[in-house]
Design a protein around this ligand. Structure first.
Ligand code: PBG
Length: 324
């Protein structure tokens, strides 16, 4: 059947008709808001590379958690900047470390807000790499032992879920075993499984001052050219015990999300990273396009590609837009 009987525009004629045939919906329940907590600031300090996002002191975190809860966003993802950094990222293991204190603050102020913690070393090392450096390389097996201790420390502070973002081999297995051995079998793992070596992390590295001081992350983060390898990463994280897998960044990797969706039944998260966020913000600020429409279109596309969960710095705006 072709034209003139086939008229696909019939289903686009009114808002009611469009609502009825809409295939993809986004809902506030889909979103996770990343938060930056810092031991270097006394009051919220705007991050210049990320318009509208601030580094928060511990004293501001409970109030922020209440605002987020009011918007009905189900979860936050915490990143911390310690007072001082060293070669092994030792500040990441302290019971009174920045993230550990932030978790406790949030859980006592708003217990129902899900708290996810980023598990990595790059925010805590003076060289800015995501692991222990031996010579010019990042030592995989030494790193995952420290990450496991970091995960335990976050769980003890009350984190509901830990999210390893380092891309070392075997870390999900070691973290799962470490959590189980210490009575945290209910603490979930969201693995940054297919994390690509991306230019889109630029604004984030300014926020937490984590740019590598030598070399780059190509020996552990994935080559943006590789799709099949991403599926192997995801498969191995599932086997090692991940509860949720992640693809990161989101926009340039929608094909990876849809291939993962077709292949695996586990929940998939997509991380709409700092560079994607700032790109949209700057375009809107320069009046190149409408912010609300751009952001909602991007989120719909990420969802349509097959992700269940979207981690984005736009989450609060989205929550407001979806209810007005
Ligand atoms: C590493 C980590 C990074 C991001 C999340 N976790 C940075 C990196 O790998 O360099 C980037 C997030 C973003 O750009 O929004 N701990």
């Amino acid at each position: 059947m072709g034209f003139p009987s086939l008229r696909l525009r019939r289903l686009r004629g009114s808002e009611a008709m469009r609502r009825l045939v809409r295939e993809t919906r986004i809902h506030v329940d889909d979103f996770v808001l990343p938060l930056f907590v810092s031991d270097l600031v006394d009051s919220p300090e705007p991050i210049s590379s990320m318009p509208g996002v601030s580094n928060l002191p511990i004293s501001a975190i409970a109030e922020r958690a209440r605002e987020i809860r009011k918007l009905e966003i189900p979860a936050v993802l915490l990143f911390g900047t310690p007072k001082s950094k060293d070669a092994t990222g030792s500040a990441s293991l302290k019971d009174d470390g920045i993230v550990q204190r932030a978790v406790r603050e949030i859980k006592s102020a708003v217990p129902e807000l899900l708290v996810i913690t980023d598990v990595c070393l790059c925010e805590y090392t003076d060289h800015g790499h995501c692991g222990i450096v031996k010579g010019e390389t990042v030592d995989n097996d030494a790193t995952i032992e420290i990450l496991a201790r970091q995960a335990i420390s976050h769980a003890e502070a009350g984190a509901d879920m830990v999210a390893p973002s380092d891309m070392m081999d075997g870390r999900v297995k070691v973290i799962r075993e470490a959590l189980d051995d210490t009575g945290h079998e209910q603490t979930a793992i969201m693995a940054y499984s297919a994390k690509f070596c991306s230019a889109f992390y630029g604004p984030f590295r300014e926020a937490v001052d984590s740019a590598p001081q030598f070399g780059d992350r190509q020996s552990y983060q994935m080559d943006p050219a590789n799709g099949r390898e991403a599926l192997r990463e995801i498969e191995s994280d599932i086997e090692e015990g991940a509860d949720i897998v992640m693809v990161k960044p989101a926009l340039a990797y929608l094909d990876i999300i849809s291939r993962a969706r077709a292949e695996f039944d586990i929940p998939i998260a997509a991380y709409n990273v700092s560079g994607e966020f700032s790109m949209t913000k700057l375009a809107a600020q320069n009046k190149l396009a409408d912010e609300r429409r751009m952001v909602l279109e991007i989120m719909t596309a990420i969802k349509r590609s097959g992700s269940d969960i979207i981690i984005t710095y736009h989450a609060e705006d989205i929550a407001r837009w979806l209810t007005t």
